[in-house]
Ligand binder design. Structure first.
Ligand code: F6R
Length: 366
């Protein structure tokens, strides 16, 4: 059932081109500039009149939610807040019938997320679910929703669930943006056409697996690792760190790159590997100066850059190239090498990749 792969996690990483395609198939007509999502279309007025969108989730799905915040605010210009479901449910949050709550969950069974939904409903909010497991508790408890269609995710470490959540959130952001007149038809068409190229670009990106494996071999014994990114790729840095810590048990932290100088920079020495996402349009010059700061403190730099990059290549110890795309779509690409890096490190360390210690696939207790 692992389809010839050594682990479910690797299989699921490689399934991402198809999973993303399955997620947008039937929902977007790129050349016509049309997005159809029943859960959104049927509730369009609620979305257009919403004063605020609150995204609730846990773990990797919370990281997906953060990417959603950047997407929805950038394109649809609706204020978004992203909350850990566990904090939201217990802090007496201000929620009204003018809010829309989007709950994101792969399993659809996460106890804290489910409780956050019930709380939001009791306060009159409209609750929209983004789930992978069809018919799950969260899918049933929400007023409307959109499935990710990633197929079963068996590996405890979430991979294709994350990228398909981002796919759904991208469609929602673009749909709302075009309805609100924030995006013209040609702009929408162009973005959707770029979206359509993503599965093929991930396919190409997966070919760098051997290179990622070489990098993994160099850093597998590091006790710590930092992940840095800005903008759309800040949540990807958080997700990269979570992937590494949960399956390899190496302590890792993700930070917005500019926050480094407010503390984490003290950790940097020649033994510290730092993964930096430096795509060409995403505050590139600022990230380059962050990389220079790391270099001058002898940190080891593993940079994720856009194809054809020259500046970062001169400074970084290792460079992984991703294909060119719209900046807002780069999380779908930059995530892939980070998943592979943690996978290979965990395998090299002899860890149980698919079932890391102390973790469960669905967290049904708070
Ligand atoms: C990380 C991971 C967990 C889950 C979290 C939420 O790889 O798997 O952090 O993302 O437990 O689970 P769902 O999405 O099922 O609500």
């Amino acid at each position: 059932e692992k389809g010839g792969y050594d682990h479910f996690m690797l299989k699921e990483i490689y399934e991402q081109p198809k999973a993303i395609l399955d997620t947008y198939r039937g929902r977007m007509l790129a050349d016509e500039g049309i997005i159809r999502m029943a859960g959104i279309d049927d509730n369009m007025n609620k979305f257009l009149n919403a004063e605020r969108i609150i995204i609730v989730a846990c773990g990797t799905s919370w990281h997906g939610g953060l990417v959603g915040e950047y997407l929805i605010e950038e394109f649809a210009r609706i204020p978004v807040e992203v909350e850990y479901a566990s904090e939201f449910r217990y802090r007496n949050p201000i929620v009204t019938s003018k809010d829309i709550v989007i709950a994101i969950s792969q399993s659809g069974e996460t106890a804290d997320t489910l409780a956050a939904i019930k709380l939001a409903k009791s306060k009159g909010a409209f609750v929209f679910g983004i789930c992978n497991v069809v018919g799950s508790s969260i899918a049933r408890e929400t007023h409307a929703g959109a499935y990710t269609h990633a197929g079963p995710e068996i590996g405890v470490a979430s991979t294709k669930a994350f990228t398909t959540q981002i796919t759904v959130l991208t469609l929602i952001a673009l749909k709302l943006a075009s309805k609100k007149g924030e995006l013209s038809k040609p702009e929408l068409r162009s973005l959707l056409q770029k979206m359509q190229l993503i599965p093929g670009k991930i396919e190409a990106l997966l070919k760098i697996d051997d290179k990622v494996k070489e990098i993994a071999a160099v850093y597998k014994d590091a006790p710590n690792c930092l992940y840095l990114g800005r903008g759309f790729n800040f949540p990807v840095a958080l997700e990269g760190a979570l992937k590494l810590k949960e399956i390899s048990y190496i302590h890792a932290e993700g930070y917005p790159a500019a926050e480094m100088k407010h503390g984490p920079i003290a950790l940097i020495d020649e033994n510290m590997p730092i993964v930096v996402i430096a795509t060409n349009k995403g505050h590139y010059e600022k990230v380059v100066s962050n990389i220079q700061e790391i270099k001058s403190r002898s940190g080891k730099i593993i940079a994720i850059v856009t194809e054809g990059d020259t500046q970062v290549k001169e400074i970084a110890d290792h460079v992984i190239e991703i294909p060119e795309t719209e900046e807002a779509l780069t999380p779908l690409l930059t995530t892939i090498p980070l998943q592979l890096l943690s996978y290979h490190i965990a395998v090299m360390l002899g860890k149980n990749v698919d079932q890391p210690r102390n973790l469960a696939k669905s967290v049904t207790v708070e």
